[in-house]
Design a protein around this ligand. Structure first.
Ligand code: F6P
Length: 549
């Protein structure tokens, strides 16, 4: 069905009219007026609790946003996602990451294939292999069990496994040390190779395409280092691959028995649930990896069946859309209050920005409104002592997602109460702010002279009224983490549907890749290239004259 341009749609225009009123709201007053605000604007799903009450919304806003979601066919798009329609239209592919976490009993036929059966066949192989490595049955060339796993991959083939492996630190195998190499900068691989022993190291080359330049160069260098250090041809015991490209793996020299496949309907940034999660499974074991998948599946079930008004990913997406498109917020900060989620902001950066950093709709016409905000962040409380100053008193309003866990996985006294207190205090501070009258009263209480007080007041005022969400889980378990990632995946999907864009391609990464290939050739060649602009020509000339290439 052909939809009108987003900004011309009736629901979008109704929201624009509504914004004229909403822009003047103060959240303090919204809370004072409605004692039920917390329970009205919060919900639980798949073991996660979402509080979105500290946003500049009321019942009417949420209703208008849900009308927009209906008008933009979110429900139909959601069904197309789950049933394997080729919604990635520029690559003619389905986006079936949800099939990777379906239980064994569930079949899903796509193009005549039962993808559920294919997924579980690979999962069985992953179980067998990871059990052998973890138990010490799989031996390196000199007969010793594996102690170090090196995952070589980039983008989705790195960020997902790295983030999840760190997040599930409490579940890790005590013998296995995990390393992740992604950067083509040799310092990345060098740092790992100087810390491991070839006899007991297992390399996983993780690449959907098996053509990505950074991964291929790192894999070749790791193989050369291994063959040189081991001085025996024992690649089959030390190199495995995860990819959709069997041919390329064989020509690299990896035994096809050591290949764990996945499929073109798994996008890179949605691939941690596939064999790309091999390093995660090695670290935490198959049982915990299965619980991780089950947690995501629970969120899938909720997303697919709950009405829009009580649907966590839909509401989460609508809040983000409201902040971006009607309140003009151009960035989103992620603040996990759990050190083991320190890589989560970087993971979401790819998930949201590579998915929705687009400017044309599915039919190629300009979107006409702002799309994905800049996503960034760091762990609380570290961020508080670094950049929260700008979030509290800077000129831009940046919404924040606070993520907290009720139970820690450590036993250190006092830390957890201090952590949660900071998490809740920050969201309160962003909402409440501090008025001039409050600052004045406080300074008067300290006995400061009036002239000093008046000079200080503007500096100590917090405008407040700054939006945030808080997501809570009982503990950072594999299931809760699975649900959390699936929540953000579906949020990203819903926002992509609202904007009318393809959330599953990433053509924007191609131009730089092509130019890098040309410049790499020029750096290696004899001639002075002059086909670029004067800046690029000049930089290449300096490198050719002075750099070690
Ligand atoms: O260049 C971007 C990208 O294609 C990402 O989407 C992807 O996650 C990453 O590169 C790695 O790709 P591959 O797994 O094919 O090596």
């Amino acid at each position: 069905m052909h939809l009108p341009a987003l900004s011309n749609s009736a629901a979008y225009q109704a929201l624009q009219d509504h914004t004229i009123e909403a822009e003047h709201w103060q959240m303090r007053e919204l809370f004072a007026k409605n004692p039920d605000r917390f329970s009205r604007f919060s919900l639980t799903a798949a073991g996660l609790f979402l509080d979105y009450s500290k946003n500049r919304v009321d019942q009417n806003t949420m209703q208008l946003l849900c009308e927009l979601a209906r008008e933009r066919d979110v429900e139909q798009a959601r069904e197309a996602l789950f049933t394997g329609e080729k919604i990635n239209t520029t690559e003619h592919r389905a986006a079936l990451h949800t099939a990777l976490r379906m239980p064994r009993s569930q079949a899903l036929m796509v193009d005549g294939d039962d993808v559920g059966a294919d997924v579980h066949h690979v999962l069985d192989r992953i179980k067998q292999f990871t059990d052998r490595v973890r138990s010490g049955e799989w031996l390196g060339y000199s007969g010793k069990p594996i102690t170090d796993i090196v995952n070589i991959g980039i983008g989705g083939s790195d960020l997902g496994p790295k983030m999840v492996t760190l997040a599930l630190r409490a579940y890790r195998h005590p013998r296995l040390r995990m390393h992740f190499v992604s950067n083509v900068d040799g310092h990345d691989l060098d740092a790992v190779l100087t810390s491991v022993n070839a006899e007991t190291t297992l390399f996983i080359v993780a690449s959907k395409t098996f053509t990505t330049m950074e991964t291929m160069l790192n894999a070749q260098s790791a193989r050369a280092w291994f063959l040189n250090t081991a001085a025996v041809d024992a690649l089959a015991r030390h190199f495995v691959a995860v990819s959709t490209n069997l041919e390329a793996i064989q020509s690299f020299g990896i035994d096809p028995d050591n290949m764990f496949p996945f499929w073109d309907w798994v996008g890179g940034r949605y691939s941690v649930w596939s064999a790309i999660g091999l390093s995660v499974t090695l670290a935490v074991g198959f049982e915990h990896f299965s619980a991780f998948l089950a947690g995501a599946h629970a969120m899938d079930l909720h997303f697919r069946s709950a009405p829009l008004e009580r649907n966590m990913p839909v509401l989460f997406a609508l809040i983000g859309f409201w902040n971006r498109n009607f309140l003009g917020c151009n960035s989103l900060s992620i603040a996990p209050y759990h050190q083991d989620l320190s890589c989560f902001p970087a993971y979401l950066r790819q998930l949201e920005m590579e998915s929705n950093g687009k400017r044309v709709t599915l039919d190629g016409s300009p979107v006409g409104v702002a799309t994905c905000p800049i996503v960034w962040g760091d762990c609380g409380t570290n961020g508080q002592h670094a950049y929260f100053q700008l979030l509290h008193q800077g000129t831009d309003v940046t919404p924040i997602d606070f993520i907290g866990c009720l139970q820690p996985s450590h036993k250190l006294p006092q830390h957890h109460a201090a952590l949660l207190a900071n998490c809740f205090a920050q969201s309160e501070a962003f909402m409440r702010g501090k008025t001039g009258a409050e600052v004045r009263a406080e300074l008067q209480g300290q006995g400061l002279p009036d002239s000093d007080i008046e000079a200080l007041v503007p500096h100590k005022v917090f405008p407040g009224n700054r939006p945030s969400n808080t997501i809570l889980m009982d503990a950072l378990t594999p299931a809760a983490l699975g649900a959390l990632i699936a929540l953000y995946e579906h949020k990203t999907f819903v926002q992509g549907v609202l904007w009318g864009i393809n959330s599953f391609d990433q053509w924007g990464v191609e131009l730089g890749k092509a130019l890098a290939r040309t410049i790499q050739g020029e750096l290696a060649g004899q001639s002075r290239p002059d086909d670029h602009d004067s800046s690029t020509n000049g930089l290449i000339a300096i490198a050719k004259a002075k750099a070690t290439l």
